[in-house]
Design a protein around this ligand. Structure first.
Ligand SMILES: [Zn+2]
Length: 76
């Protein structure tokens, strides 16, 4: 489970404020990490060996999704 307050503190430290689409201020932090996986060029299917773990932020106003790299945020 992700520490939403730690994420909010990290975002604040980096100067990330609100939704990048509508400028709304209600950002919801995902409870779990998500996987951003590469597509294998040969098979066209997901390549589970390559990808990133990400935190998902969802704007409570417009639904815009933002992804942040979990390792860079110190979450893995
Ligand atoms: Zn928005």
């Amino acid at each position: 489970m992700i520490d939403a307050q730690a994420v909010r503190t990290w975002l604040e430290d980096k100067g990330v404020k609100g939704c990048s689409a509508c400028k709304g201020e209600e950002l919801q932090v995902s409870k779990d990490l998500y996987a951003l996986v590469c597509i294998n060029r040969t098979t066209g299917g997901p390549d589970m060996q390559r990808g990133s773990r990400v935190v998902r932020l969802r704007c409570g106003h417009c639904g815009h999704l933002m992804l942040f790299h979990a390792r860079q945020m110190g979450l893995e």
